[in-house]
Design a protein around this ligand. Structure first.
Ligand code: GLN
Length: 244
């Protein structure tokens, strides 16, 4: 059984980020692994964060990030305790930024982060200077190097990332034309990749599912699925981006 909490899905849902939840659910269903996804957003009762195996937050525009900021801060202690207790944090773009120290938007407003991690993010004052691109990275979070593709659109430049998710093969990553993308720990995947991110990158989904199962005392071993289509889609993008 895997219990997922999807936070602010009605506000932070760029480029189909909510699709990541469909994909996790689908990959569990295909293996007869029970999986529930609860939603939380503004005005709802405070959830018991530690009762979840995975907490997910998608990306959004500066305005949406401002709108949820006070509420997210209210959840800080609960999310922090859950993370320290081994709950997996899966964070896309705006969600990624808000787990760091702060996000300074293009108008110079500081949106405080939860400060779970040391990085911070600053957007240039010109709204034209955004990192907008298809993106390909190589990550080793799953134990062996795998290429991952997605789409990025962010003004924020994220600095002081100690353990990036991967190296950039094409696109920008944490900063304009940077070498590295995202942030990771054993129980954290934070990335600028929309797409939704998991649609062409089944290894990331399975890493999280396996993590959640082993956390609950299972072996974490997963029955393989037929990922031919997903991998073909990824290969099309890799060929296009890297001329492989
Ligand atoms: N508003 C943030 C930025 O522009 C995050 C954008 C996003 O989630 N794609 O950097």
């Amino acid at each position: 059984m895997i219990k997922i909490l999807h936070m602010y899905g009605d506000m932070l849902d760029l480029y189909g980020d909510s699709g990541n939840m469909e994909i996790l659910r689908y990959r569990c269903r295909m293996r007869d692994i029970p999986c529930t996804v609860d939603s939380y957003s503004l005005g709802a009762d405070m959830p018991d964060f530690s009762s979840y195996d995975l907490i997910y937050i998608g990306g959004g525009a500066d305005l949406e990030q401002q709108h949820i900021s006070a509420d997210l801060l209210r959840c800080r202690e609960g999310i922090k305790a859950a993370y320290e207790n081994g709950t997996f944090l899966f964070l896309i773009c705006g969600g990624y930024q808000l787990m760091g120290k702060y996000y300074r938007d293009a108008d110079g407003n500081d949106i405080p982060g939860l400060g779970l991690f040391d990085y911070y993010t600053v957007a240039p004052s010109s709204r034209k200077m955004r990192c907008i691109s298809n993106i390909a990275i190589r990550t080793s979070i799953t134990g062996k190097p795998v290429e991952v593709v997605g789409f990025e659109n962010h003004g924020g430049q994220t600095q002081d990332v100690k353990t990036p998710l991967g190296e950039v093969l094409f696109g920008n990553g944490n900063c304009s034309k940077s070498q590295y993308e995202g942030y990771m720990e054993k129980n954290v995947i934070a990335t600028y990749m929309h797409g939704p991110c998991l649609s062409k990158n089944p290894e990331l989904s399975d890493y999280m599912i396996s993590y959640c199962l082993s956390r609950n005392g299972g072996s974490g071993e997963l029955q393989p699925l037929d990922d031919t289509l997903e991998k073909q889609c990824r290969q099309v993008m890799l060929d296009r981006l890297l001329n492989k």
